[in-house]
Design a protein around this ligand. Structure first.
Ligand code: KG4
Ligand code: ZN
Length: 345
């Protein structure tokens, strides 16, 4: 295994991030620096990410953030072997900022460039944090994505399920907005749910029972709106009860959908000795009730439940640097400098 050290850049949504990750000849990995600047304050007044504001904020922050990541890692550009930058999917303005910066640095410093799929970054993180070996299942639940992915190997991913409407984080955010709770909605809904009665409302659990592994959350949001309208004006207890019932419906939905995914995995990969693993990533993975549900589901099905530290579950540049490192380690050719960002990928 060659010694590798990579500078990673992430700008696909509302986090500007840079990081340096290395792996030594024995295969030990080290996160040398991990700098993340959240734009939350700039977007919260709008109740969601505003693409134009995001792109401008990336432009303003990225160069200094990269300098900081190098300084904290105590290395210079000469000491890195390659640049890895997110090239999609995401907001095109932000992607352009990060990828162009990555290209410029690669060109000026004479280093190879790896254009990284953001989802690949999430998918491979568990190999950095938990040393997982292939294959494993990954559930990505964030503000922009809800996907169940089979990770076969570096560059080998199969999407087993995805949302046919809202992402799960989006459903949390919209529910919070309907109830007058602050953005981002996930943490607010989870907090309120603690004092609520989950049995008060019987919210729909779309696609539950269906063989396909997809998700759907927009009906749930509509049901929440209807319930809120029916009992308005809402007391704090009403809001708490709606949040608790919403979370229960999500929990039951995940249990059914992911449960089927685990079964399919076991069918496709009959026992090999090592316990199979389900990895969770994305901001929604912070939710303790959902984590509990997934943990119990994994226990019941003989799976190992792997939840990387939250900082590496949400958007960051460590995962981008790591994905670049993994690609480089397989001997994959770097990307040409005319590689284009892709908002959908
Ligand atoms: O991965 P992430 O930080 O980045 C983006 O998708 O941009 O995910 C953010 C999402 C938001 O929708 C937020 O409401 C949700 O994750 N989230 C949560 C919790 N914390 C954050 N959802 C449910 N429960 C939480 N505790
Ligand atoms: Zn993400």
């Amino acid at each position: 295994v060659p010694f590798l050290r990579i500078l990673g850049i992430e700008t696909s949504c509302d986090e500007t991030a840079a990081a340096v990750v290395e792996r030594d000849a024995e295969g030990h990995s080290n996160v040398l620096s991990d700098v993340v600047l959240s734009q939350l304050d700039e977007h919260s007044a709008y109740g969601g990410v505003v693409p134009e504001i995001a792109a401008r904020a990336h432009v303003e922050a990225l160069d200094e953030l990269i300098e900081e990541a190098l300084a904290r890692a105590n290395v210079s550009l000469d000491d890195v072997d390659a640049i890895a930058a997110t090239s999609g999917p995401g907001l095109i303005g932000g992607l352009l900022v990060g990828l162009m910066t990555g290209k410029a640095i690669a060109r000026a410093a004479g280093k190879p460039l790896y254009a990284i799929n953001h989802l690949e970054g999430h998918a491979l993180t568990a190999r950095l944090t938990d040393g997982l070996s292939f294959p494993y299942l990954m559930l990505l639940v964030s503000g922009g994505h809800t996907q169940l992915i089979l990770v076969r190997g570096v560059g080998q991913y199969e999407r087993w399920g995805t949302t046919i409407d809202d992402a799960l984080g989006e459903a949390f955010d919209k529910t919070a907005k309907l109830l007058g709770l602050p953005y981002p909605g996930g943490p607010a809904v989870e907090r309120m749910a603690r004092d609520g009665n989950p049995a008060r409302f019987d919210f729909p659990r779309p696609l539950v029972g269906e063989a396909r592994l997809d998700f759907s959350f927009s009906g749930l949001k509509t049901a929440v709106r209807q319930a809120a309208q029916d009992i308005a004006p809402l007391s704090d207890q009403d809001v708490a009860d709606i949040c608790a019932s919403f979370q229960k419906a999500v929990s039951r939905t995940l249990k059914d959908r992911i449960g089927r995914g685990l079964q399919r995995f076991k069918t496709e990969f009959p026992a090999t000795g090592e316990k199979p693993a389900l990895v969770v990533a994305g901001g929604v993975a912070a939710n303790l009730e959902l984590r509990g549900t997934l943990q119990a589901l994994c226990d019941k099905n003989g799976f190992r439940f792997v939840a990387p530290p939250l900082r590496l579950c949400t958007d960051n540049a460590v995962m981008i640097a790591w994905a670049g490192l993994e690609r480089m380690a397989t001997g994959a050719a770097p990307d040409a400098l005319d590689v284009q960002p892709r908002s959908r990928w």
